[in-house]
Write a new protein. Structure first.
Length: 102
C-alpha cells in the first residue's frame, strides 16, 4: 500500500510513502529493519525531521523494478532498546525533503 499526495494547484505529486512490509529495496532494506544512527566514528548522522520521522542521506535505497532510479529515503524511528539504531517504519519520496548530504 502506498500513500500518494499531490498539490491541486500544480497538479504535481509531492509525496510518496509506503510502510508495506513487502517493499524491499535493491540493497534489501525493508520495514522493520534496523539502521545505525551514527557513523563509524560514533558521530551521529545529520537528520532531517519529516512528519515525525528521522531521515538521513546515509540511508536511502532504490527499487528499480518499481520506480527506476528514484531514491526511497528510509523513514526511521529511534529504537528505545538500542539508542544507536533506528527502526525502519517506511520509505518516503518527497519533493519537499531537504536532506543534508553527508
Amino acid at each position: 500500500m502506498f500513500t500518494i499526495a499531490w498539490d491541486a494547484k500544480t497538479q504535481a505529486i509531492t509525496y510518496l510513502f509506503t510502510s508495506d512490509k513487502h517493499f524491499i529495496g535493491d540493497s534489501e532494506l525493508s520495514v522493520g529493519g534496523l539502521c545505525r544512527l551514527v557513523g563509524e566514528s560514533e558521530k551521529p548522522y545529520e537528520f532531517t525531521y519529516y512528519t515525525g520521522w528521522l531521515i538521513t542521506s546515509e540511508w536511502g535505497d532504490n527499487a528499480r523494478d518499481l520506480s527506476g532510479d528514484a531514491i526511497w529515503h528510509v523513514a526511521l524511528r529511534r529504537d528505545a532498546a538500542h539508542p544507536l539504531y533506528g527502526t525502519i517504519v517506511g520509505f518516503v519520496q518527497s519533493r519537499y525533503l531537504k536532506i543534508p548530504r553527508g
